[in-house]
Design a binder for this molecule. Structure first.
Ligand SMILES: [Ca+2]
Length: 93
């Protein structure tokens, strides 16, 4: 019996976070550089979107996502980014 779609989605998100966060050796936090690379590699669809949608994506500033101000994103802060991106992607569908 396979996993449900939602179980796979949650697992994939956690996997995506830890894979990118671990590039600098700290798999529990995304640095600004890692967050930028994650967006570029995992959400290439957003590269081809309209100017208006791109403006919304660019408004997801690292500093506004970094709620505790430690200059890196933990998993909870990352999920805020995922929520925003999912909302934007849903509007593009
Ligand atoms: Ca943080």
């Amino acid at each position: 019996m396979g996993c449900s779609l939602s179980s796979r989605a949650v697992t994939l998100l956690a996997e995506m976070f830890h894979t990118h966060a671990g590039k600098d050796g700290d798999k529990d936090h995304l640095s600004k550089k890692e967050a930028k690379e994650l967006l570029k590699e995992e959400f290439p669809l957003l590269i081809g979107v309209s100017v208006l949608q791109r403006a919304k994506v660019q408004s997801l500033h690292f500093t506004s996502l970094d709620m505790d101000g430690d200059n890196k994103l933990d998993f909870q802060e990352f999920m805020t980014l995922v929520f925003s991106l999912t909302t934007i992607c849903n509007k593009l569908m």
